[in-house]
Design a protein. Structure first.
Ligand code: ATP
Length: 302
């Protein structure tokens, strides 16, 4: 079970970035809804920071955090639990020398699922990319959210369900429905959560995150974030999936290899091209050379 009492995201998580008014307000509202028992759902494009924000808020609840990652093969057994393997107990009673008694007892071993543990003990769940799981599996959450019970379907357990602990809370994240590998979500499930769309990050907040993650100074981070935003505007056919991750990668490589963050530097230009060209090629009609020239032009402004 992925139980994050000390989440791995800790080094990246930064109170400075989340102190930005853009986040402060969002965090305050989310905490309010969660404390009243309402599930919160962050939805938005890839790389905008939904998971990191969800983990940050989850940790602020001061309960153990369980991370569940949505995927096509996630099963009820993983969420609820299942009987797996056998426990065998053998008692060899030879107390009276002439009498030997052997008693053997075989029972199936129960392994609790991640949702079961969280519901039972009142943990905070971050269900990341939940729309990548099959809708049938997500039906479990309808009962958890509405009836406040976790049904123990098909588990061979005597009890038909367990009650949801009053401290249990859950944060969902998802990418929009048009993303590849994403299932349509049941309206009934969406209706039971408070969905907060994260469409775009405030540029200043992005600069803060890039600077925090890579230890480059704010001016350099600003120049890199500015470059990524300029090249995103080259997209004509559809929204570019270039995200905060592109800015972080450029800053990280430049910082670690001491490349000058300077648009006239050849190596920095190559870095800008490598990180952005392929993604931009998917959303423009430009020929290869034209697109490369446009990226270099945008990079030269750094
Ligand atoms: N507040 C933050 N502080 C530091 N790094 C952050 C912060 N927010 C996001 N990041 C970094 O930005 C990148 C994208 O963040 P994250 O994975 O949370 O995005 P996401 O919206 O969940 O993306 P996806 O939809 O692809 O899962 C990650 O490398 C993450 O570590």
């Amino acid at each position: 079970m992925t139980k994050l009492t000390e989440t791995k995201a800790e080094p990246h998580e930064d109170r400075g970035v989340y102190a930005h008014p853009f986040f402060q307000n969002l965090i305050k509202r989310s905490q309010r809804y969660l404390s009243l028992g309402y599930p919160v759902h962050f939805t938005g494009p890839t790389g905008i920071g939904k998971t990191t924000l969800a983990l940050h808020i989850a940790k602020s609840r001061k309960r153990p955090v369980v991370l569940i990652s949505g995927n096509k093969s996630l099963s009820n057994a993983e969420l609820i639990g299942a009987f797996k393997g056998y426990n065998r107990k053998k008692v060899n009673d030879n107390y009276v020398r002439t009498v030997r008694k052997i008693e053997e007892n075989v029972t199936e071993g129960w392994v609790s699922g991640r949702l079961y543990e969280a519901v039972k003990n009142g943990y905070t769940v971050v269900y990341d990319e939940f729309t990548r799981s099959q809708p049938e599996v997500n039906n479990l959450f309808l009962s958890v959210l509405e009836e406040k019970i976790l049904p123990l379907y098909g588990t061979k357990r005597k009890d038909s369900h367990i009650r949801v602990h009053p401290d249990f809370s859950i944060i969902f994240t998802s990418n929009p429905a048009e993303y590849v590998g994403v299932y349509q979500t049941q309206d009934a499930l969406l209706d039971r959560m408070i969905s907060l769309p994260l469409k775009s990050l405030d540029q200043e907040a992005e600069v803060g995150i890039v600077s925090e993650r890579t230890n480059i100074d704010q001016d350099k981070a600003k120049a890199i974030v500015g470059f990524v935003h300029r090249v995103k505007d080259l997209c004509k056919n559809r929204d570019s999936s270039l995200s905060l991750r592109a800015s972080i990668m450029i800053a990280d490589v430049a910082e670690r290899y001491q490349l000058p963050i300077d648009g006239d530097d050849k190596e920095f230009q190559e870095l800008c091209l490598d990180i952005t060209y392929f993604t931009l090629d998917l959303c423009t009609d430009d020929q290869e050379e034209d697109l490369q020239n446009k990226i270099i032009e945008a990079c030269k402004k750094v």
